[in-house]
Ligand binder design. Structure first.
Ligand code: FES
Length: 575
């Protein structure tokens, strides 16, 4: 690198001057044992670590960070690891989605405020991917993502079990009296048996595939199991590559073009990815100024065949996916559908990255001609019940319920649902449509993953395992069922969902993309006149800001004031 190029690095503003502040910045950081030559103008790389023991999926990240540092040093960079808010799906209440935007602000401001020239984002559990990517995009310094990898396959009594997906199955079996409590408790130790995130094609795996499809990871980065030594090797190579990216000034805005987003939507359909993909991709697009809307997901993805046979849509798990060839094999199979000239973090196109991608197991990854389903993408519904849209994942739904008319059984909120779902006198049958209100972005608040509400006990006892369910909430990526989600506008802001009453007829027609509440307009107006918005118990602090600024699901549920970016300009001095 020439002297001129060195001087262009923003880190030189902190470390490159032989004055009082240069002394201060070098001296204080030398307390970590850095020798003088580390301050010679080499690229300074931030390693944005979402490690936390409260985020079990990311609990191995301190080890991975050391491997990233090896790579950074080897390539002539100077690494600084820093922590950011970690969003653990399993423990955080009321839902990590409430905090996704907060974490993205932490990432954005931490990067901009410090002497960094490039960033590695360490991502794993669901929201740690979109939050860090959103924040980094709003700074737009060279950025590469290192996914942390999925857990090894769960193993229970000689069979594979998948995170989340098998939990839903076991808990329904327990409630229906088909599984004993002892067996249920034994299964929990068998499910999560290594480092890593959920190993189904849930939201974490979907997010890892999303960033790879967008071109933000090294090829193959999504699927390597956390416990596989090749995950650490990938960390090392990621550390090496970010130093080169700084030298090439390869920034997210050069990679995240409209074509990259279109690729991600098509890949998500082919892998049977989570419905959460929609809100997160919309939010990322908003940060880089790409005009993406809900219709794009249906228009671009709904005709794409399902090429990956992973739970919850299929049979296998992420470990099998990696051994079968991982995402490069899928991208290669979609060669005719994707923009293969889209640039990635390697500096090469996604087509060049996947040119010779092998496929080792066609039971796990299919050729297009032998796909596991013809049309797998997320369907976007319209109708008086969801004027700004709602979504459903056909690959996880029951084919016989895709066109359905049934009587609404309404729960006013999640507490009401819990109180009454198993009541013997609940007026419900297998053709009913379960409706859950006030679980949207503002309503809960935070849009939790409760949309795949469990069925009433008396229906389970009949042997029924799926019913049409509708809400303004989200669904875990590991879940399945005929579940309509992300209804916008949500009930808490007066969407028509707020006006549904027990016994109303609802028509779902997925092939024709409609969701209709069969109630006359005059009656809806009468109900609206009597409607009052829910009151929130918490009105101070972060939640206060969240309630005032969160947008609806069809806009990605980002904050209105976080759209776009503030760039990487060095802030004014602190002394
Ligand atoms: Fe972290 Fe599923 S709980 S990925």
């Amino acid at each position: 690198m020439s002297t001129n190029e060195k001087n262009k690095l923003r880190s030189a503003t902190w470390f490159g001057n032989n004055d009082k502040m240069g002394f201060v910045h070098r001296s204080w950081t030398k307390n970590q044992g850095h020798p003088d030559h580390m301050y010679d103008g080499r690229p300074v790389i931030g390693i944005c670590n979402t490690w936390s023991e409260l985020t079990p999926c990311n609990a191995h990240f301190r080890i991975l960070a050391e491997h990233i540092k090896r790579g950074v040093y080897e390539a002539g960079g100077f690494p600084f690891e820093f922590p950011v808010m970690s969003l653990g799906e399993i423990l955080m209440r009321p839902t990590t989605m409430l905090y996704r935007n907060l974490a993205s602000m932490d990432v954005e401001e931490s990067i901009r405020a410090n002497p960094l020239d490039g960033v590695v984002l360490m991502t794993g559990c669901d929201k740690t991917t979109p939050s860090t990517v959103m924040g980094a995009c709003s700074v737009d310094l060279p950025t590469i993502v290192l996914p942390g990898g999925a857990m090894l396959n769960g193993k229970y009594r000689g069979r594979d079990i998948g995170s989340g997906t098998s939990v839903w199955e076991f808990s329904e079996d327990l409630r229906a009296g088909k599984m004993s409590m002892n067996d249920f408790l034994e299964a929990e130790s068998c499910m999560s048996r290594s480092d890593g995130h959920c190993m189904t094609m849930g939201t974490a795996s979907t997010m890892a595939c999303m960033v790879e499809a967008l071109g933000l990871t090294l090829p193959g980065g999504a699927a390597i199991p956390a416990a596989d030594s090749r995950r650490r090797r990938s960390a090392h190579l990621t550390g090496m590559r970010i130093v080169e990216m700084v030298k090439e000034d390869l920034r997210p805005t050069a990679i995240l073009t409209r074509q990259a987003f279109e690729n991600a939507i098509k890949v998500n359909a082919a892998i049977g990815g989570s419905t959460n993909f929609v809100v997160h991709l919309l939010a990322i697009a908003g940060r880089v100024g790409i005009d993406l809307d809900l219709e794009d997901f249906d228009k671009l993805g709904s005709d794409i065949p399902l090429l990956v046979n992973l739970m919850p849509s299929g049979k296998f798990l992420m470990e099998d996916f990696y051994y079968a060839g991982g995402l490069p094999a899928v991208i290669s199979k979609l060669r005719d559908e994707l923009h293969m000239n889209a640039i990635t973090v390697t500096g090469k196109s996604i087509g060049e990255n996947t040119e010779d991608a092998p496929l080792y197991n066609k039971e796990v990854i299919a050729d297009q001609e032998a796909s596991f389903m013809d049309k797998a993408g997320i369907a976007v519904l319209r109708g008086n019940l969801c004027e700004n849209g709602a979504i459903i994942k056909p690959s996880a739904a029951s084919p016989e319920l895709m066109q359905h008319r049934g009587k609404a059984v309404v729960f006013e909120d999640y507490d009401d649902y819990h109180d009454r779902i198993d009541a013997p006198d609940l007026d419900v049958d297998k053709n009913s449509v379960l409706v859950l209100k006030n679980v949207g972005p503002k309503g809960y608040p935070g849009m939790p993953e409760v949309g795949n509400m469990g069925l009433p006990k008396k229906i389970l006892e009949e042997g029924v395992r799926d019913m049409v369910r509708i809400s303004d909430g989200r669904m875990s990526g590991t879940a399945y069922g005929t579940v309509v989600l992300h209804v916008a506008p949500e009930s808490a802001v007066g969407g028509v969902l707020a006006l549904v009453e027990d016994g109303d007829f609802i028509e779902l027609d997925v092939p024709n993309r409609t969701l209709h509440l069969d109630v006359p307009d005059e009656e809806l107006e009468r109900r609206r006149a009597n409607w009052t918005p829910p009151e929130h118990a918490m009105s101070r602090g972060y939640v206060h800001m969240y309630l005032n600024h969160v947008m609806q699901a069809d806009k990605g549920a980002d904050f209105d004031f976080l759209m776009g970016k503030s760039g990487s300009e060095v802030p004014r001095p602190n002394h």
